[in-house]
Design a protein around this ligand. Sequence first.
Ligand code: AMP
Ligand code: ZN
Length: 497
Amino acid sequence: MELKLYDTLTREKRVFNPIDPARVRMYVCGPTVYDFAHIGNARPVIVFDVLFRLLRHIYGEKHVTYVRNITDVDDKINARAAERGVSIRDLTEETYRNFKADVAALGCLEPTVEPRATEHIDEMKLLIERLVASGHAYVAEDNVLFNVPSMPDYGRLSKRPLDEMIAGARVEVAPYKKDPQDFVLWKPSKPGEPGWPSPCGIVTPGRPGWHIECSAMSWKHLGETFDIHGGGIDLVFPHHENEIAQSRCAFSTSVMANYWMHNGFLQVEGEKMSKSLGNFFTIRELLQTDKFGSQKWPGDVLRLAMLMTHYRAPLDFKIDRLQEAQQKIRLWERLLLDLTMWDFRGLPPSPELLDILADDLNTPEVLTFVSRQENTSQISQETMQQFGTDLCFLGLAPDIVQKLYDETDEERARRQEELSRAIRDVKDATRKLNSLRIATSVSRGLVPAQVEALIAARTAARAAKDFKESDRIRDELAAMGVVLKDSKDGTTWEIAR
Ligand code: AMP
Ligand code: ZN
């Protein structure tokens, strides 16, 4: 299998070659945590989860690092905290917890690292100071700005004409900017806003701009150059363009990431679903209420509905798509009910499935492949086992089965350890119980040696097929308050309760 990924920077599908196969590195821009995430926000999370699963399969669980950041410093956060009268920390913590629960319900694995912006302020300041020292940034009225003309090949990712970039940046042209395209790395905090001691000798406390956060966190957790950088298509400009400018200029490298991947929009009637347009449904609403289509939509249905479209294409969020996905999930669950044995650990996904998926994550084709046997009347246990494994690999199997499949090596070892401990505890308890019973029997005048002798006599009688005698001994023991238990390993006894 050869993995090929579409790279937005070179505008072509290229064979994926990691810098270091022992440490494959992927960074995906994560949520700004001020409110429930909408189902459009879930698209990159699901898409890059599929890629994460594929990379883990190819390079090994331990050899893939997936970083998805949390933006917990932002104007929207400040405004919402003030509106609700809660602290910024409480708001971001609560939103983050909700986000984690929502995306877990959509079958997404946890990334390897989920760094918070507010815990990387030092790294951001370090980068900013480097950029100023190397002439790529300057201080103006307590702001630090990146000077775009200082980077001759700025704009390669979005390939926009200059005037469009200026308009697209949607920044009012502050008089202190050397060039209208220059963007903020650090800005002064207004009273009441979160602030940190500023870099570059600025006295007023300040806070970072959005773009520098991702440059700092990817650097800290993945290094100066890494393999894959992802996010929604709306992030190409200005966010990713500016991340590239910052990181490449700070480290004097020719690339920040080798593959830039972007998912298309999830749309409602042709428009991007977004908070600002108000045309959104939160993941939570879809999972728990009947606001959309008069019913709740389980996580696996939402995930499947998402994967029915190729990640780069726009996806229309419609009820009939969800219904189609729901029918499929129900059919799959019915088919899997016939499976008598679950032993898929170590069983790899189908090679055909991997080949299709490795072609720039062609999930629609993968689903056609997975569905190929749906109408076959007799499906062997082996085929079914493979089918179950394929569904697990895609994160689309029924919950209980999926949980086992998704366990990391550590989690599995921990579960096995817990099980052995439980078995040991039960054995200890049984031993204790037996000794208590024997003590009780002795106190009731029962002599264990006598009971054992009677049992031996009964066993001998049974061996000689003298069932009259063996029954008589059993009755005698019963009269003494002893209950016998016969098993293939012999006879044990207990005191009748
Ligand atoms: P935000 O919290 O708005 O920064 O978005 C978080 C992630 O969701 C980013 O990767 C966005 O590109 C992505 N995103 C936001 N809206 C949509 C949408 N309607 N369709 C697909 N991706 C989206
Ligand atoms: Zn980012």
